[in-house]
Design a protein around this ligand. Structure first.
Ligand SMILES: [Zn+2]
Length: 413
């Protein structure tokens, strides 16, 4: 008969086919954001819970972007764990670049191809099955388990997790587990900050031969962009626990995010995403504007970066700076019991040992960290995320689903 945990393992193995077919059905319901319509996909999730007699509530501040909350209590008092996944996905982009229809969830070479395969319909499916499996043995658990399935994540929108956290405090809990893509050998306890700025340069402009009449705003922008590169020198202090942990796991960071990632994880980075200026070759333009995506490491505060930015811009009269959006960096304790539970169970499930690292980009987990709740992310590899041929390896998906369930079980045991 074995222990409760052995029974749980057995059930997970028996349900592999069911998990895969649910994931494929979920991918087959397109939920690109924009526009972010997720109602049909949410119906599938709701039906899954209904069929198992699990109550849920739909919270839809925006009609086309519903969120779902379900929860149950264990047999005794204990911590409250929240499982969070999103249903919206990136747009499919250029269809001609895909080897398979992005909405067909084609299974080939041990992988499932499709938009949302790794970000994050596999993670959401894994958490949903974890929730259902633990619901069956709830009398053996302590505390409570919450499932939030949300919309409006991919554009940092207001109608998903952000809404729930502001209006439904019960979704905060004591700890959050997310299934956003990380790769089986990495789990995330934090992420970098984000500062999106727009810079405008305006001059009188003139005829292209009369360059004595006006400064050239594109030239000014070029000089300014060169000066902005010095922001990259703003790094995390070398001696903090965080920097040391990240340095120790540099190989995992490169493996998870591509070679070179460990070199930028503790630095401020800049991406010049958009630049516009000028009308025709024989005119001195009268304006130029550009947008920069700045990412900051957790030990650097956004205000320090802003201050340096203002200093640089002060050297360029007539230049305007606008902050388009920003999110502070966030971290949770890398020694948290959930981290140990994920590592221990990942080893038992597939003999891989995930290393704790932080993310280069952002996800909903930060919202819990801002509220003071430790939040951790563990999911499949981010293959093709945001580009063509997004996929999830079947073995990675099943590994993540089992690890989520068993780690959540340990946390609530
Ligand atoms: Zn995501």
């Amino acid at each position: 008969m074995g222990t409760i945990k052995d029974q749980l393992r057995l059930r997970l193995s028996e349900r592999e086919g069911e998990m895969l077919s649910f994931l494929r059905r979920l991918i087959q319901i397109p939920t690109p954001n924009p526009p972010g319509e997720t109602k049909a996909a949410m119906d599938l999730v709701a039906q899954f819970l209904s069929q198992r007699g699990i109550p849920y509530e739909i919270v839809a501040p925006h009609q086309g972007m519903p969120n779902l909350i379900a929860e149950f209590s264990g047999g005794s008092d204990g911590p409250r764990l929240v499982l969070n996944g999103h249903l919206d996905v990136f747009p499919a982009g250029d269809l001609s670049k895909w080897s398979y229809d992005p909405w067909a969830a084609t299974e080939a070479d041990g992988c499932i191809y499709g938009r949302g395969a790794c970000d994050m319909k596999s993670g959401t499916t894994a958490l949903l099955f974890a929730f259902a499996a633990l619901h069956e043995i709830r009398q053996h658990l302590r505390g409570s388990l919450v499932l939030t399935v949300v919309s409006d994540e991919e554009t940092f929108g207001p109608w998903g997790a952000r809404y729930l956290i502001e209006h439904r405090k019960e979704v905060l809990g004591d700890c959050l587990l997310s299934g956003e893509p990380t790769s089986p050998y990495a789990l995330r306890f934090g992420e970098k900050g984000r500062l999106w700025i727009k810079i405008r340069v305006r001059t009188p402009g003139a005829h292209g031969a009369y360059v004595h009449m006006s400064q050239n705003p594109i030239g000014i922008a070029a000089d300014l962009i060169a000066r902005l590169q010095s922001l990259k020198e703003i790094r995390s202090p070398a001696d903090t626990a965080l920097t040391i942990t990240l340095q120790k796991n540099a190989l995992t960071i490169d493996k998870a995010y591509g070679l070179g990632a460990s070199g930028i994880i503790s630095s401020t980075t800049l991406n010049l995403g958009v630049i516009k200026g000028g009308v025709k070759i024989n005119m001195v333009p009268s304006d130029c504007e550009f947008e920069v995506d700045i990412r900051t490491p957790p030990d650097v505060c956004l205000e320090d970066v802003m201050e340096r930015l203002r200093e640089i811009i002060a050297g360029f009269p007539g230049v305007e700076l606008e902050v388009m959006d920003q999110d502070a960096a966030s971290t949770s304790p890398p020694e948290h019991p959930m981290v140990h539970a994920l590592i221990r169970n990942a080893k038992q499930v597939s003999d891989v040992e995930p290393k704790p690292i932080i993310a280069l980009g952002g996800c909903d987990a930060r919202l819990w960290r801002y509220a003071g709740i430790p939040a951790f992310v563990y999911g499949p590899s981010p293959t093709g995320m945001g580009t063509a041929d997004e996929l999830v390896r079947v073995d990675e998906f099943l590994h993540v689903a089992k690890t989520h369930t068993l780690a959540a079980y340990d946390y609530l045991k």
